[in-house]
Every structure is written in C-alpha cells, then in structure tokens.
Ligand binder design. Structure first.
Ligand SMILES: *Cc1c(COP(=O)(O)O)cnc(C)c1O
Length: 395
C-alpha cells in the first residue's frame, strides 16, 4: 500500500498533528477549521491571492540556474529565489493568504507572535496593506536583539508588545498571543508564521506556501523539459518554506527530498536545534509532533546562529515525513552554514539568509551524477544577517 503523506480528515499526518488546545480556544480554532477550505477555494479569494502574489510580492520568483555552483558540484543547481520576494523571504506568501482569510471571516484585528521579528514584519506588512489593526507579541530579550525589525513593524503601524515572562523569547511571546486570542475570540485572527500550531494551521500554511513548488514545476519544464528534478533541498525551522518547496513533489517518489536542520555548535553540543535527531514525540504549540525536551517533558531551549531556525520542534507533517522516511533530515552546523553563505556570495553574487545557507551547505556533502538536477529553496536574503556576517568573518 502506498504511504499517505497528506493530512487525514481528523487533522493528522500519520501519528502527528491534531489540535491540543485549552477549552477556551476551541471556538476560535473550530471556526477556522470549519471554514478555511471553503474560503480559500472560492474563486474571488483565489483571484485576489494570486493578484497580490504577482503585483505586491513580485511572484513568480525566478528559478535561477547557478552556473558556477553547478560547475563546482558537477550537477545542475537551481535556486528558487524566495529571497527576491517583497520583505525578503517566503514568509509573506503565508501572511498574504491569512490576511485575506481574516477579511473573509470578518476579523478587524490581527495578532501574531514573532521570535527574530521576520514573521512579525511580514504580518505588519499585510496589516498595513489592508488597514487592519496589528498587535505583535515578542519576547523582551528578542526586542533588544532585533531592533531593526521592531522599527520596521512600528513604522508600518503595528503595536509591538513585549513578553516579559519565562525566558522572554519566542515561546513566551506565543503564550501571550494565545492569551490575547482567548480574550478576543470574535474580532481577532491569529496569524501563525510556520507549519506549526493546532490543526488547521499546519495544513493552511503549507497550502499558502505550496505556490513555491507549483511554480518550480512549471519553471523546471521550461529549463529542463521535465517537471521532476533529482533532488529538492530546503532548510527547516518550523518547516514552512520546506513544506512549500516539497508540497507538489511529495508523491513523485523518485524525487529525493532533503531538509536541513540547524545543528548549531554541533548536534551533541547542547546548543542546537536538530529536532529530527534529538527530538521525542510530544505536544508543542497545540499539535502532536517531535520536539527537543528533557526526560520529564520540559522544552529544551534551541540554539542556532540563524534566528529563523531557532525552534525546538518541527511541524507535524515534517514529523510524519521523517518517520516514514519520505524526506531525509540532515543537520548543518553554524560554521558550515556560514561558509556556504560566503561561497554563494563569492560564486553567484547572492548573499543568502543564514537559514537558507543551511540547505546550501548540504550540497558539500552530496555526490552527484553529471546530469542530476537539483533545486535548492533560497528562502530569504541575507540583508538582515549583515551584522552576524560582519562579526563572524571580521568584515
Ligand atoms: C523564518 C525563516 C525560515 C524558517 O522558517 P520555516 O517555517 O522553517 O520556513 C527560513 N528561512 C528564512 C529566510 C526565514 O525568514
């Protein structure tokens, strides 16, 4: 029997997924669950989503044959250029989808949580576009570390609320956002930024991000004459750019899918975010998945040099794809990712986000046949990481 990689009618991917939420959140999540598919399949929703992706985000993002990189690795290396999107990464695909959904649900107010601030910026952006009130919860520590993104959000009219409990980082901001949603169930939509959270969020976000692989297939036909490459690579924090990049290839069993996680200072260093290696099954942010936890179930603080991969779990669909071995999960250290960033800058004139460089770094570890076609999702651009590059390379 063929393995099923997709969601079932109960909101699970194999053993993972579901909606593990406090009773007080049930009406909010249930409203979304019962309406999201009908809304996003309406012709006027689709038309506006496509039109904003085209004229506001700048899609389709190019599929670029990186010639010098191809010569180096002995295969055809294509880069899917999500870094060229408005606001500099793939996250905007999802926030555009969710803001249109919020409008259709009659919501007047948007909340979000953010770690490094990238999802906060993408949310503030679409709220400004639509003239909706925007409140972003962010850990107090992150507010200090990520001042430019805080400034961007404020400039676009968002209110940034510090989360002052616990470690004052992403998980505390998530708790604050959930508390807000419980208190404002009628007028507020909560925009989650990755393929995580209670059902239907992981599925909904992957549908919005699936435009990445939809475009890639068409572009591959133009470039190579067929829509199936040999390998597709992407980095994984929560897993949204990877799910978008894999989505339309999942059932093409001869396409090898590879997801790169952040090993930080090393998988066994105690400072990493390598969930597929270190994680155990449990519940995180409202869904059953794998996460890094202590023996008594406390979430372990993740670490990565790239703020976007600094997450203690992976989305439930990734947990499933890992378990059934449809996707290979690999670990890339900070140093390997930094070297891959420098290599792409020097060889192709493209400075990638450090997150995306984790996927590029995997190329070093592979051996190719001459005619292999490889697609790497370049999830974002490196402008936001310039301070980290300057410090690391002493520029
Ligand atoms: C946020 C982010 C990621 C990680 O998020 P996913 O949901 O795993 O895609 C990766 N790359 C960039 C550029 C990001 O901003």
């Amino acid at each position: 029997m063929k393995t099923n990689y997709r969601i079932n009618e109960k909101g699970y991917y194999g053993d993972f997924g579901g909606a593990y939420i406090p009773e007080m959140l049930y009406p909010n999540v249930e409203e979304l669950r019962s309406k999201y598919l009908e809304i996003i399949n309406q012709p006027d929703f689709k038309a506006e989503f496509e039109s904003l992706l085209k004229d506001y985000v700048g899609r389709p993002s190019p599929l670029f044959l990186a010639q010098r990189l191809s010569d180096k690795y002995g295969a055809k290396i294509y880069l899917k250029r999500e870094d060229l999107n408005h606001t500099g990464a793939h996250k905007i695909n999802n926030t555009i989808g969710q803001i249109l959904l919020a409008e259709k649900l009659g919501k007047k107010r948007i909340i979000a949580e953010t770690g490094a601030g990238q999802h906060g910026v993408a949310t503030a952006t679409v709220c400004a576009l639509k003239g909706l009130e925007c409140v972003v919860y962010m850990g107090e520590v992150d507010i200090e570390r990520q001042a430019p993104n805080v400034a961007r959000m404020k400039m676009m009219g968002a209110k940034v609320v510090p989360a002052t409990s616990g470690s004052k980082t992403l998980k505390d901001a998530t708790n604050e956002a959930l508390r807000d949603w419980i208190n404002n169930p009628v007028d507020t939509h909560y925009i989650i930024g990755s393929v995580v959270g209670p059902h239907p969020y992981p599925e909904m976000v992957s549908l919005f991000q699936s435009v990445i692989s939809e475009e890639t297939k068409k572009q591959l036909v133009e470039h190579t004459g067929k829509d199936q490459p040999n390998y597709v690579l992407a980095c994984v924090g929560g897993g949204s750019n990877a799910m978008g990049m894999f989505y339309h290839f999942l059932d093409d069993e001869n396409v090898k899918l590879i997801a790169a996680e952040a090993a930080g200072l090393g998988v066994n260093s105690g400072h990493s975010a390598a969930t597929s290696v270190l994680g155990k099954e449990g519940v995180l942010h409202g869904s059953r998945t794998i996460l890094m936890q202590t023996d008594d179930g406390q979430v372990v603080e993740p670490y990565s040099i790239s703020a976007g991969l600094d997450y203690p779990g992976i989305g439930p669909q990734h947990a499933h794809l890992n378990k059934v071995k449809r996707v290979e999960y690999v670990s890339i250290t900070d140093d390997e990712a930094m070297q891959a960033s420098l290599l792409l800058a020097k060889m192709e004139g493209i400075i990638p986000a450090i997150e995306s460089a984790h996927a590029l770094a995997q190329l070093e570890k592979m051996t190719f046949q001459k005619d292999d076609v490889v697609v790497v999702c370049l999830s974002g651009r490196g402008d936001k990481d310039l301070a980290t590059f300057m410090k690391y390379f002493n520029l």
